[in-house]
Design a protein around this ligand. Structure first.
Ligand SMILES: *[C@@H]1O[C@H](CO)[C@@H](O)[C@H](O)[C@H]1NC(C)=O
Ligand SMILES: *[C@@H]1O[C@H](CO)[C@@H](O)[C@H](O)[C@H]1NC(C)=O
Ligand SMILES: *[C@@H]1O[C@H](CO)[C@@H](O)[C@H](O)[C@H]1NC(C)=O
Ligand SMILES: *[C@@H]1O[C@H](CO)[C@@H](O)[C@H](O)[C@H]1NC(C)=O
Ligand SMILES: *[C@@H]1O[C@H](CO)[C@@H](O)[C@H](O)[C@H]1NC(C)=O
Ligand SMILES: *[C@@H]1O[C@H](CO)[C@@H](O)[C@H](O)[C@H]1NC(C)=O
Ligand SMILES: *[C@@H]1O[C@H](CO)[C@@H](O)[C@H](O)[C@H]1NC(C)=O
Ligand SMILES: *[C@@H]1O[C@H](CO)[C@@H](O)[C@H](O)[C@H]1NC(C)=O
Length: 635
């Protein structure tokens, strides 16, 4: 009787109001893989909110004042024209567009910044970047009988199977045999010639790299080091960070067949966010601002940078496909002699010819001192084993600490070479000038800020004193007819953080630097230094036939995450200034490229806009696209 009454009371609201609207987020809670339409239903269940739009757009408009390349976008120089955008006009359009849901607004902003193609300058709304859509048919661009073509990756079965039965059961229960597609020749995608569709994805999905040719390579599946492990990237066609597509139509010729078939391949979305149970907890977990969203006043927090005397500058892209990195299938992991110093982001080998050493640099991230000792350990072993030639592989190196790129350059070229970096500036906007003035008045230094002058050196190599004002007066500069004043020009002071002794002269014969062009930020600065200062041979694999491709992807100088910039503003005590961006009310990150590295070829051109093509270009083959050792042996 009691239980019956309780049940009646519980049911009462339902009886009065009819069935409650189903919660589309509850329907997918606790699942690793969900159909993209179900993920999208959850994401689209939050109505558009004008307060949030004004908050995010005001934040972005004021952060853009710090973005060093803003004025270049008005008319991006060749071969980078594809990125041209009137940033202020686009912000005004988004301010007046009618949106139905918060998703529609947020994704419009996400797509806009993605298509600026500057991996340092992107809006990540964490609410809507928490899924990776996965197609069980990643594509590659390989040469067969002398001609490049688009194929479903021949190793798809070994590769995709690693996602586990939660992924593969979905296709089995739908009766979709994805395994038979492995290695198929693709003849049409969504009604377009395969390379035309690849260009479309490079233009609309990939982002990160100013150069279109480099983005073409991001569309395909490729080998990489993720964190400290060999991995295979799914590629942007088969692994985008959005859930708009539910399936992809291809016409293809399966292996051992001569008949063209039409297939409609389903996507399945992989959830990368924090646990939730329903719509409200999905918002709390992924969408609402949290303690890490905005910056802090470091004067108040007793902060010491990573237990170091100074903060460390970074330059890296955010590749969401790192969150659930899938391993490189074991048969394709190098099996030749491993060299010392290979437990971190660097994997070094001696090829079976016993003459060639290889350093595969997965990134410049992770253990700052460990990276330096790993470089030294590998090179010492190459010397001991009388290695006569060394090649560096920078494939899919997304960057990292600015000073680790300069360390590697300095170590390879010797201390006699002198300054190992670029001439640099930041933007002298009025708020930046107020920050530096306030830092000086407060007596701050590089232990708490990136803005104080002791982060830099004069061009003669002397470190600037922290009280030096290098940004006011500013230096005039004009881009696309707009005044765009900068700070004084300065050098980095990376040698202060080198923890390994540098040889005076080059320790070995560096033959060449190779990659797929997806070499971002610190990696792009390093490879540009090797080209501009040493004329080192650069080699790039892949790219669309007939289209050019740069050897560097995205050559910004230093990135500030939104929280980093906000920390500079709060620590300087200028958060109340009308030019200061407001704290974000949502969980998101509007990062930006904060410094420019100027080319040695033309001191008025940022290296980002200096077209630098590889010395040599080769095609991937079925043997090399996922097999680093086979590629190095070929090279
Ligand atoms: C499969 O997904 C369930 C939740 O839906 C999870 O509990 C389980 O650990 C997953 N299995 C694997 C092998 O990942
Ligand atoms: C819009 O968002 C703000 C800030 O999170 C919140 O206070 C407000 O309640 C929201 N408005 C509606 C109608 O949900
Ligand atoms: C958006 O437009 C409204 C109306 O013109 C204006 O008041 C507001 O300041 C604009 N918001 C931003 C972020 O520019
Ligand atoms: C790469 O393939 C294209 C055809 O797609 C061919 O013209 C070119 O010569 C090949 N490059 C090399 C280095 O073999
Ligand atoms: C294709 O044919 C070859 C030779 O008959 C065979 O070894 C191979 O297993 C076949 N591959 C597939 C996917 O059917
Ligand atoms: C380097 O230049 C600065 C600024 O002009 C100057 O103060 C300093 O004395 C110079 N240092 C040397 C070693 O010449
Ligand atoms: C750079 O090296 C290439 C050969 O790899 C050579 O043709 C070229 O002249 C060199 N350029 C300079 C400036 O030394
Ligand atoms: C080692 O890897 C290479 C390249 O993938 C391959 O050709 C060779 O057969 C492998 N050797 C052994 C012993 O597995």
């Amino acid at each position: 009787m009691h239980a019956f009454l309780t049940l009646c009371v519980a049911l009462l609201p339902l009886l009065v109001a009819g069935a409650p609207p189903a919660d589309p987020c509850a329907a997918i809670a606790g699942k690793t893989f969900v159909p993209p339409a179900d993920a999208l239903a959850c994401e689209k269940s939050f109505p558009f909110n004008e307060t949030l739009r004004q908050n995010v757009l005001t934040n972005m408009a004021r952060v853009f004042d710090f973005f060093t390349f803003e004025e270049y976008y008005l008319n991006s120089p060749p071969p980078f024209q594809e990125s041209t955008d009137n940033i202020r006009a686009t912000l005004a359009r988004i301010n007046t567009t009618v949106y139905k849901t918060d998703y529609d607004f947020s994704i419009d902003l996400y797509d806009f910044t993605t298509q600026l193609n500057d991996g340092h300058t992107r809006w990540f709304p964490n609410c809507y970047t928490s899924f990776q859509n996965i197609l069980p048919a990643p594509v590659v661009n390989i040469e067969v009988n002398g001609v490049q073509g688009v194929f479903v990756a021949p190793d798809s079965v070994e590769f995709i199977t690693q996602l586990g039965t939660n992924f593969t059961d979905f296709f089995d229960s739908a009766g979709f045999d994805w395994k038979r597609l492995a290695g198929a020749r693709v003849v049409e995608i969504e009604g377009q010639a395969p390379f035309d569709y690849v260009d479309f994805i490079a233009k609309t999905v990939s982002g990160n790299y100013l150069d279109h040719g480099v983005r073409v390579n991001s569309v395909f599946s490729s080998y990489r080091i993720s964190n400290t492990d060999f991995s295979q990237r799914i590629g942007d066609l088969a692994g985008p960070t959005d859930v708009k597509q539910t399936s992809l139509k291809m016409k293809l010729i399966p292996v051992n067949s001569t008949t063209v078939e039409s297939v409609d391949i389903p996507f399945l979305a992989n959830y990368l966010g924090l646990p939730f149970t329903d719509q409200a907890s999905f918002w709390e977990a992924n969408c609402a601002a949290n303690d890490a969203t905005n910056g802090v006043d470091l004067k108040a927090s007793g902060f010491r940078a990573q237990n170091r005397p100074r903060k460390l500058a970074t330059a890296h892209i955010i590749d969401k496909s790192q969150s659930n990195a899938i391993g490189l299938p074991p048969p394709f992991i190098p099996n030749t002699t491993t060299v010392a110093g290979s437990t971190g982001v660097i994997k070094s080998f001696i090829l079976p010819d016993k003459k060639t050493g290889v350093m595969f640099l997965g990134s410049f991230e992770g253990d700052f001192d460990g990276f330096q000792s790993d470089v030294v350990a590998a090179i010492k072993q190459f010397q001991t084993e009388k290695i006569t030639q060394v090649l560096l592989d920078l494939t899919n190196n997304g960057g990292g600490f600015v000073c680790l790129g300069q360390f590697l350059h300095q170590y390879l070229s010797g201390s006699n070479f002198g300054y190992p970096g670029f001439v640099s500036t930041n933007r002298a906007n009025p708020l930046a000038q107020k920050i530096v003035a306030a830092d000086i008045a407060l007596g701050l230094d590089d232990s708490l800020t990136f803005y104080t002058a002791d982060n830099w050196a004069f061009l003669n190599g002397t470190q600037m004193p922290p009280s030096f004002n290098y940004i006011n007066p500013s230096s005039p500069f004009v881009v696309n007819g707009r005044q765009d004043p900068t700070s004084q020009r300065f050098h980095d002071t990376c040698e202060l953080s080198f923890t390994q002794p540098i040889p005076r002269t080059p320790p070995l014969d560096l033959r060449f630097v190779l990659s797929n062009g997806n070499c971002a930020s610190t990696c792009a600065m390093f490879s540009t230094l090797m080209n501009e200062r040493h004329n080192t041979t650069t080699v790039v694999f892949g790219g669309r036939p007939g289209e050019s491709i740069q050897f560097k992807g995205m050559a910004g100088n230093q990135v500030l995450e939104w929280a980093d910039l906000d920390t500079e503003i709060k620590t300087a005590g200028v958060k109340d200034d009308p030019l200061a961006p407001p704290d974000l009310l949502v969980s998101g990150n509007f990062r930006h490229n904060w410094r420019t590295a100027w080319s040695f070829f033309d001191e008025n051109t940022p290296i980002a806009y200096e077209s630098e093509l590889p010395t040599l270009r080769f095609n991937y083959t079925a043997e090399t696209y996922n097999n680093p050792q086979a590629l190095w042996t070929f090279a």
